[in-house]
Design a protein around this ligand. Structure first.
Ligand SMILES: [Fe+2]
Length: 362
């Protein structure tokens, strides 16, 4: 039985979008090679302890902070709110939830002003800020545009053992669900949740957590993603391509998952869809639908379901990982041929279904 997070009586902060992630890396030079030399993220500022990176179209100080530290982990999932007063609202909201909060008028990172960080009810380090230094938006700097250019931060993905609990908490916080994955018993395996008008700002994936599953950057087109694959092949680091490229069922996006030197997972993502209307329909996928995670029906590698990054508490220590007790998506779908389908109505018919289709084409 899910122990739901209570709904606070004070208003939720008005969140605009996912804005940046701060990750701890163990070798700053190696991480710089990956994020700057390979992926082409733009350096706003750097020193011996940290590198502040942004995507081509970004005008706030950064979308990613690489901070040198002893344990690879995530220090913050940061959201921009609509006004300075909304930082106060976030602080009051989490205080009422009984969560630990820390407010810093000078910000937690360079380029960001008044912010609050919290240990949220799911154990994730969330940050809320409005004030930020504006930097040059490189949109028309085609002289800098690479063949695999990353143009925007798109979303976070979080692993949590109790997805319904996380979903209700994030809905209270003002997120709306664009898509989810369930089974016929009503077990929810994943949910995609948004504030900006795309499929998501963050997603919840069921598994041992709290952990960070991935952070995703968008490209303009599919061919930009293919170029990243070709470049990784040329550099003889194809073993860092974990999954894809492919087309997602959920979100419709074209995708690629790659692993940084500390095995933090990065998704490269493009071509999802508009979700801004108040009555945008939620799409529910069956956990046995082979096309939910990959539209072409390619299997998902087991590591994608089991591996993820630790997250830190506000003292910088890793949060303990709690095991998921509900059925895991991997357990019910990987290798479970008898329980998955491509055409639902024909799922029991096997080759007959293919025969029918071929016959119908004649
Ligand atoms: Fe994603």
């Amino acid at each position: 039985m899910t122990n739901f997070v209570p709904t606070p009586t004070v208003p939720a902060p008005d969140i605009v979008r996912c804005a940046y992630m701060e990750i701890v890396v163990t070798d700053l030079a190696k991480s710089r090679e990956f994020y700057v030399d390979l992926l082409g993220l733009h350096v706003t500022e750097e020193d011996e302890n940290a590198i502040y990176l942004r995507s081509l179209e970004e005008f706030i100080h950064h979308n990613l902070v690489l901070r040198k530290g002893p344990i690879a982990a995530v220090a913050a999932f940061a959201y921009r709110v609509k006004s300075p007063a909304e930082v106060d609202a976030a602080e009051a909201y989490y205080k009422e939830l009984g969560c630990r909060t820390e407010r810093r008028k000078e910000g937690f990172t360079k380029g960001i002003g008044d912010s609050v960080r919290v240990e949220d009810p799911l154990g994730f380090p969330y940050e809320f800020f409005y004030e930020t230094e504006h930097v040059e938006r490189l949109t028309q700097r085609y002289d800098l545009y690479s063949a695999g250019e990353l143009v925007r931060l798109d979303h976070f993905n979080q692993v949590t053992p109790d997805v319904p609990r996380g979903r209700k908490y994030l809905e209270d916080l003002g997120f709306r669900v664009s898509e989810d994955i369930q089974d016929s018993d009503g077990v929810t395996y994943a949910a995609w949740m948004h504030r900006k008008q795309t499929v998501h700002d963050t997603a919840l994936t069921g598994g041992n957590g709290p952990r960070m599953h991935h952070v995703a950057f968008a490209t303009h087109e599919k061919h930009n993603i293919i170029q990243i694959c070709d470049k990784m092949g040329a550099l003889r680091i194809s073993d860092r391509i974990e999954r894809g490229p492919g087309r997602h069922g959920v979100s419709n996006a074209f995708y690629l998952y790659i692993l940084d030197p500390d095995s933090h997972r990065i998704e490269i993502y493009t071509q999802d869809y508009y979700t801004g209307d108040p009555d945008n329909p939620t799409i529910t996928w069956d956990v046995h639908d082979n096309q939910r995670r990959d539209w072409w029906g390619n299997p998902v590698v087991p590591s994608w379901y089991t591996e993820a990054s630790l997250v830190l508490d506000l003292d910088g220590n890793p949060q303990p990982v709690i095991e998921r007790t509900d059925a895991s998506e991997m357990a019910v779908t990987v290798g479970a041929d008898g329980f998955s389908y491509t055409r639902k109505d024909d799922s029991a018919a096997g080759t007959d279904a293919v025969g029918f289709k071929l016959g119908a084409q004649v």
